[in-house]
Write a protein that binds this ligand. Structure first.
Ligand code: ZN
Length: 44
């Protein structure tokens, strides 16, 4: 099965936390790969 290029690009844009895999809201100025919850854990 070949993926539609538009779908493929959409998949790339979809952000998921690399720690827990939770979907994250798009944040234009955010480069974090983890969700707020996991980031908070790291700061402790
Ligand atoms: Zn997370």
């Amino acid at each position: 099965m070949l993926m539609n290029p538009v779908e493929f690009f959409r998949t790339l844009q979809k952000k998921e936390c690399c720690e827990c895999g939770q979907h994250m809201e798009e944040q234009a100025e955010s480069y974090f790969m983890e969700c707020d919850r996991c980031l908070a854990k790291k700061e402790e």
